[in-house]
Write a protein of this length. Structure first.
Length: 377
């Protein structure tokens, strides 16, 4: 590699960095992606691969629907399968307030053209006889939601970047970003120096630290979430089931038969730690068995942890910042993989053309973070 000057330098090699880099490179931009470890080392490689458009705000629903479409086109786009399947999402309500909230959100979803249905308990039992509907008041079902393999998706985007003459350097941690003469000078821990007209902070759990390099206090903070996967069993089409109780969980069956899932801890664990706990293993098992008792004999294969990089309102920040030509796509709040393709495509358009192809005000850098909160987190 002899080039040191680029149109865009991207910091971060997860779904956000690779997707945006792919669409930038495809548009003709000379891009360099810098990842401090390996591609997918942050949140993307530790996520459980769920993809949904069941959200509560217009922009997120529209972006998610576009992502679902892009996931469905990836086999043709990349030339290999990313194990995309429209296996669906089922949100279960256990209180009247939850049920009412789901029904209210469905009105917005229907206005956006999303085909979501409310299933009564007996309809859930008929469609998914393995689900325990005791005390359940019903749930929302969207059969166009689904799943894909995060590593195959990263492979597709990263190979695509190179196919369009973009460059990727792994094990290159960015330690300094400075503005000089209308450009950015980027230095890495290994001593390399690069220059670019534009910078994209797509650093996931490290996004706040990267922002600090140019004097930004981004309202993002990582917190630990644990996950687990079982050994493979016969595929019976368990969709992503989201138990909305305070001590609920969410899990799905992969196409290869394993059951994969996690839960949001009631007491949040801030920071970048990816240590695992025995408490999660036992508690997650209990919560899953409460929903599908027939899973009891299935052995757990392994557990791990990763980071959700949270914002105050649960929506990402995707925008140019107060530092001209310094862009961010951060604070995915656990939704980075599912929103990543469309966020990457939309942000690349903005970085190339200087305007949004679609309204993205809900994700703006300067928004009021208390005005519109994502309800279906």
């Amino acid at each position: 590699m002899t080039r040191t000057e680029y149109d865009v330098i991207i910091v971060g090699g997860g779904i956000i960095g690779t997707a945006t880099g792919y669409y930038l490179a495809k548009s003709g931009k000379k891009i360099l992606l810098l990842e401090k470890k390996y591609l997918g080392a942050g949140s993307t490689g530790r996520c459980i691969g769920g993809i949904r458009a069941q959200f509560s705000t217009e922009t997120t629903i529209r972006v998610a629907m576009e992502s679902v479409r892009l996931f469905g086109e990836m086999e043709d786009e990349f030339g290999f399968s990313v194990e995309w399947a429209d296996s669906g999402y089922l949100f279960l309500a256990f209180t009247e307030a939850q049920k009412e909230g789901f029904l209210n959100v469905m009105k917005i979803q229907h206005e956006m053209g999303l085909n979501v249905k409310f299933l009564e308990p007996e309809e859930i039992r008929e469609k998914f006889p393995f689900v325990n509907v005791d005390h359940c008041l019903g749930g929302t079902w969207c059969d166009s939601d689904g799943q894909a393999d995060p590593f195959f998706v990263l492979k597709g985007y990263s190979l695509g970047i190179k196919r369009f003459d973009g460059e990727i350097l792994t094990n290159e941690e960015v330690t300094e970003i400075e503005q000089q003469a209308g450009k950015f000078r980027v230095r890495t821990r290994s001593g390399k120096t690069f220059w670019a007209k534009q910078i994209l902070n797509a650093a996931g759990p490290d996004a706040f630290d990267v922002g600090q390099m140019v004097g930004l206090d981004l309202p993002v903070a990582p917190e630990r979430h644990e996950a687990m996967i079982t050994e493979g069993v016969e595929y019976v089409g368990i969709p992503m089931i989201v138990d909305y109780r305070s001590d609920g969980c969410y899990f799905q069956q992969r196409l290869t038969g394993q059951i994969i899932g996690c839960y949001t801890p009631e007491v949040r664990v801030p920071g970048k730690s990816v240590e695992t706990t025995f408490e999660f293993l036992t508690e997650m098992s209990r919560r899953m068995l409460r929903v599908i008792p027939a899973l009891e004999p299935v052995p757990v294969l392994r557990q791990w942890a990763g980071s959700y990089t949270m914002t105050p309102d649960g929506n990402p920040i995707v925008d140019e910042t107060s530092v001209p030509n310094f862009f961010v796509s951060v604070g995915m709040s656990g939704h980075g993989f599912m929103l990543g393709p469309a966020l990457g495509k939309n942000l690349a358009y903005y970085m190339v053309h200087g305007s949004w192809e679609h309204d993205m005000d809900e994700f703006s850098f300067s928004r009021n973070f208390g005005s519109k909160t994502e309800a279906m987190k």
